[in-house]
Design a protein around this ligand. Structure first.
Ligand code: ADP
Ligand code: MG
Length: 618
């Protein structure tokens, strides 16, 4: 057991001087013997909330974590910081596993990461029932909930396991996802006892948010990557095929790129993920299979080549951006086809085939509702951040100054004519069709559905031929958001009239919409006002400091190679930037740099000091 207080542990092992919001409350509660539940966004520092008490309590902390990569990473980081930690999962050979258990029995590890599947194995129980388990920390706790994004049945074993222990340990749970249902599920299923709850804000103010509707997505992507050659980021695509296509074209274009999707072999996926994490490849093109537990701190941009199916998924994916709290950019490329593909995914969701018909219907209704809210995100002219935070139940001012909408000039445009046409068309076809048919009709399209439904006979056919499909969709979404039209909840999402419809159609009420002044506002706002700058976190460094930064980075890479760990585990970019600014020349000064603890100083401090001394002395 450790006799240091929590501030000393924070400094000594992690190199930080101050706690972040929520951390202290949770740590104090655990040390007082209470269950806790931390709902904090990705990158906010949940790990420290269980790691610090683990180092201070008598007994072992078991950390349950869903992914092997995640465990490996955290255990590597702990060992780098001088903490003995181990993981027990299927990536170990039998010999390695028993060796680790043996060390665990001998009391070598205050922290042990374990996969939920292991909890019920005989060998593990044999250890756990005889060891002193002080706490079970459930990381990514949303995995216990069927409402969550990544339900894992093996997580249900946790409770059974805890029940079998001779003495109930403290149970702590942590997640970044928490809509109300998921939150309640976690407390109920894990049987948390009057947990001390901390819910910190969902906001990630350092992330710039934008939606763009490029005509040629690949050209837009290439232009964006060209403008920021040495930055690292993720490009999310909707399908494996698209991942292949986009990564292949980027590779041919000479970009430092790799790829990830469920169709690759385990070995290749692992290799590509490592290439990205170890900075050997800058750009990762991937499906949503990639990223859970990716703790790489210097991801500078996340581009969504397609719109994801829900705000939950989107926020989780962009949560991997800029975890070092330096500026990062999250750009979503929207196209109408994305909606169609997502609808297809919902209708053909294999996971749902096993559900009984009623549950299946509820689940797909919920998914359609989520998709609709995601689509509205792409069309709103209000603050994008505010839209997301409101979705998660947080209310604040409708202005963040760091999203495309807040940075775009808007003007009020009269769209009464388009609105009348859309509502009139819905009325004339007796409320029988979905959004796309209505839009195609008033625009005057000539496709199979239009012919099949004889929409050319509709009095509103082609009355808005001169208005762009994108603008018509904007107006349609506006009408739905304002309650002038509504959508049926079934799988056909039919456009219906509301009590308010007639105010526009018959009573001459005008419809005015806030529209961006330029034609393609988001792109201009993104490329004009908010340039992603130079390398990594070194955004505001002077030229000589930039050079020092590059030197320190090279040194870090060298060490990372020798020790076979990702560079950010040696020191984060942010820590290097601090070194460039503070230029510490003594041990004491070096220890004052955030991210430099005693242990790391002992390992690398002198080499970094030397590098700074030679570089910074004129
Ligand atoms: P989460 O699990 O909430 O997504 P992590 O625990 O992985 O976040 O922490 C994200 C980053 O924040 C890590 O690099 C971690 O070292 C850093 N961090 C955590 N707590 C602090 C703190 N008090 N001061 C500075 N950095 C911190
Ligand atoms: Mg975490």
């Amino acid at each position: 057991m450790n006799t240091m207080d929590k501030y000393q542990v924070l400094k000594q092992y992690f190199g930080y001087d101050t706690f972040r919001e929520g951390q202290e409350t949770l740590i104090d509660a655990i040390l007082a013997g209470k269950d806790v539940f931390g709902v904090m966004p990705t990158g906010s520092g949940k790990s420290l909330c269980f790691q610090i008490p683990a180092l201070m309590m008598d007994g072992i902390t078991l950390v349950i974590s869903p992914l092997i990569s995640l465990m490996k990473d955290q255990v590597a980081a702990l060992n780098q910081a001088g903490v003995h930690a181990a993981y027990l999962n299927s990536s170990l050979t039998a010999a390695q596993y028993y060796k680790a258990l043996e060390y665990a029995k001998a009391g070598r590890y205050p922290i042990i990461y374990v996969a939920p599947e292991r909890l019920e194995t005989e060998s593990f129980l044999d250890f756990a029932l005889h060891a002193k388990i002080a706490m079970v920390a459930v990381d990514e706790a949303h995995c216990v909930s069927q409402w969550g994004q990544d339900f894992r049945p093996s997580y249900l074993k946790i409770v059974e396991f805890i029940k079998r222990l001779p003495k109930r340990p403290i149970v702590s749970a942590f997640t970044a996802t928490a809509t109300k249902e998921v939150r309640e599920d976690i407390i109920d299923i894990l049987l948390l006892r009057e947990p001390v709850m901390v819910t910190t804000g969902y906001d990630r103010p350092n992330l710039y948010l934008a939606v763009q509707t490029p005509k040629d997505k690949f050209a837009a992507l290439k232009a964006s990557l060209d403008a920021h050659p040495d930055q690292c980021g993720i490009v999310y695509c909707q399908t494996r095929k698209l991942v292949e296509d986009v990564s292949g074209r980027l590779k041919n274009g000479g970009f430092s790129v790799t790829r990830y999707h469920a169709g690759l072999s385990d070995a290749e996926r692992q290799k590509n993920q490592d290439d990205f994490i170890y900075d050997r490849r800058l750009i990762m093109v991937a499906t949503n299979a990639f990223g859970m537990g990716i703790d790489k701190s210097n991801v500078r941009f996340i581009i969504h080549y397609n719109m994801p199916g829900s705000i939950e998924a989107y926020y989780q994916e962009i949560g991997r951006c800029a975890r070092d709290m330096e500026p990062g950019e999250c750009i979503l490329y929207y196209s109408g086809q994305d909606v169609v593909t997502n609808q297809f995914f919902i209708e053909h969701n294999k996971d749902n085939q096993e559900l009984d018909p009623i549950t299946r219907q509820i689940v797909s209704e919920r998914d359609r509702m989520r998709l609709r809210k995601m689509t509205f995100y792409c069309f709103t002219n209000e603050c994008l951040r505010d839209y997301i935070l409101r979705y998660f139940g947080e209310y604040r001012s409708n202005y963040c100054a760091n999203c495309a909408n807040c940075l775009t000039q808007f003007e009020n445009v009269d769209v009464t004519e388009s609105a009348k046409a859309l509502i009139g068309c819905v009325s004339a076809c007796r409320q029988r069709y979905g959004i796309n048919v209505i839009l195609d009709t008033v625009h005057g399209a000539n496709n199979a559905k239009i012919r099949q439904y004889r929409m050319k006979d509709n009095p509103y056919y082609a009355v808005q031929a001169k208005t762009s499909p994108y603008r018509l969709r904007q107006v349609m979404n506006h009408l739905i958001l304002q309650g002038f039209l509504s959508l049926s909840d079934d799988e056909y999402t039919i456009v219906r009239l509301t009590d308010a419809s007639k105010r526009i159609l018959d009573e001459g009420e005008p419809v005015v919409m806030k529209m961006a002044k330029e034609q393609e506002p988001a792109i201009k706002a993104a490329s004009g006002k908010k340039q992603r700058k130079g390398s990594a976190a070194a955004v505001d460094l002077s030229a000589p400091d930039q050079e020092l930064f590059q030197q320190l980075r090279a040194l870090r890479m060298e060490i990372a190679r020798d020790e076979q760990v990702p560079p950010y585990i040696v020191f984060s970019d942010k820590t290097l930037v601090h070194m460039c600014v503070a230029k510490p020349r003594t041990k004491a000064a070096m220890l004052a740099v955030p991210g430099v603890g005693e242990f790391k100083f002992g390992k690398y401090g002198e080499r970094f000091l030397e590098c700074i001394l030679t570089q910074a002395t004129p």
